[in-house]
Design a binder for this molecule. Structure first.
Ligand SMILES: Cc1cc2nc3c(=O)[nH]c(=O)nc-3n(C[C@H](O)[C@H](O)[C@H](O)COP(=O)(O)O)c2cc1C
Ligand code: SF4
Ligand code: SF4
Length: 398
């Protein structure tokens, strides 16, 4: 491949944008070593804490949303930060940096007070980590101790805590991982910038209740007869993550690591186009294994070649000028639905959808082929959205 997949994030050069997100996939040097061998450019070790922080996990901790015969379109977890404290993560970082000097190792931290945050930073810097990521964003992780998204939901707490970390970090960049569970994410991003931190990671999981067992009335996952709210991840949250990354990119000038639903090379390209320079992945790996990196790298390389681009950095932010406020959208652009009758499989889906959810602009002819009444069609796009045949229905200018 002639394209250059390497990319700079917060002043660090990654051989490609693909990085394992802080998660069970990165909870030991052994796992991260296998990921590096497979082709991952970097990894953020699972979030760690000082030795005195007690972390007690509950099992089972995962439940999936299955939809239309597809397993795990979304994943809920009630995992917490790692049970492995800073002493073990320091060893992991040393081992990984010794064995893989060109790979990038980030360490994710969470503290209950200033002294904890700063101790974690100093020790991890000394161990040789390439960057520090701060989780201000776990939706269920120990809010009773003022940790997780309790911080990331408040601009003042975000700025103050990020400043503590920034003060302690003398050598490596500081990345603040933000939560989507706020009304005004740009306000949080501006607080990160004011703190002097170097980058934003968006997003962490989305608070959820994934389902309820209709026999026992206990939501999933069932922990001995009770459940709780968890964090939702995977393909289902990609649109939320994409929106968050775009909002941050438009609000502040700071490097962005994207995480949330990245599954295919197409997702990867989309996150780059809305301004991310580092791509962190967890659920797709938990489901399919480290080998997903092959498809990500091949797909992105071929896409770049086809677009005539020489490197991945040429994609960054290219979609941002095309995102505007709703009030700025054209009121005169009125496309019309055009159906390719050669490829139509006569499934009626567009007809029903336009009839009961649109503008009654499609009728079926004597051969059950859909016909569009251009007078009635407002160009809402629902028929093109629901048609199961790729490119069979298109919206075209009148
Ligand atoms: C089981 C599980 C554990 C996670 N643990 C952490 C963690 O310790 N620290 C953290 O910052 N994010 C954690 N995350 C969030 C991921 O790093 C990631 O931000 C999120 O899952 C969205 O990406 P994805 O859709 O690719 O999974 C965890 C996610 C899952 C599914
Ligand atoms: S674009 Fe909307 S109104 Fe037009 S045919 Fe399709 S569903 Fe009906
Ligand atoms: S949804 Fe698509 S395939 Fe089905 S009838 Fe309409 S145009 Fe044909």
């Amino acid at each position: 491949m002639s394209v250059d997949l390497s990319i700079s994030f917060a002043g660090i050069r990654f051989e490609n944008p693909f990085t394992l997100a802080a998660s069970p996939c990165t909870d030991s040097a052994e796992m991260v070593s296998r990921a590096f061998e497979a082709g991952w450019a970097g990894a953020v070790m699972k979030t760690t804490s000082v030795e005195e922080e007690v972390v007690e996990l509950c099992y089972p901790m995962m439940a999936g949303l299955d939809f239309d015969d597809k397993k795990v379109v979304g994943l809920e977890n009630i995992d917490l930060i790692s049970e492995r404290h800073i002493d073990l993560v320091e060893q992991d970082v040393r081992e990984l940096k010794a064995n893989y000097p060109t790979k990038i190792v980030g360490a994710s931290i969470m503290g209950a007070r200033k002294e904890h945050w700063q101790t974690l930073v100093r020790r991890l810097e000394a161990a040789g980590v390439d960057f520090i990521e701060c989780s201000f964003s776990c939706p269920h992780g120990m809010p009773e101790r003022g940790m997780g998204s309790t911080i990331g939901q408040d601009p003042e707490l975000t700025e103050r805590t990020a400043r503590w970390v920034r003060e302690a970090a003398t050598r490596v960049p500081v990345v603040i991982k933000v939560t989507p569970l706020v009304a005004d994410l740009p306000a949080i991003a501006r607080a990160v910038v004011r703190s002097g931190a170097h980058a934003v990671c968006a997003i962490n999981t989305v608070k959820s209740l994934i389902g309820v067992d209709l026999d026992t009335f206990v939501p999933y996952p069932n922990v001995g007869g009770k459940s709780t709210y968890g964090g939702y991840s995977g393909a289902a949250i990609k649109p939320i993550a994409l929106r968050c990354v775009a909002e941050v990119a438009k609000a502040v000038n700071i490097p962005i690591a994207a995480t949330g639903g990245i599954t295919t090379w197409r997702d990867a390209a989309e996150f780059l186009l809305v301004g991310a320079t580092n791509l962190q992945i967890c659920t797709a790996v938990m489901k399919h294994g480290f080998r997903v990196i092959d498809d990500l790298i091949d797909g992105l390389s071929i896409y770049l070649e086809e677009k005539g681009l020489s490197g991945v950095e040429e994609l960054v932010g290219r979609a941002l000028p095309n995102i505007v406020d709703h009030s700025e959208l054209s009121r005169s652009y009125r496309p019309v639905s055009e159906i390719n009758l050669e490829t139509c499989i006569k499934c009626d889906v567009c007809y029903i959808s336009c009839r009961d959810g649109g503008h009654q602009a499609i009728s079926l002819d004597e051969n059950r082929l859909p016909r569009v009444d251009e007078e009635k069609c407002v160009g809402c796009g629902m028929c093109a959205t629901v048609c199961p045949v790729w490119d069979c229905v298109r919206l075209v200018p009148r």
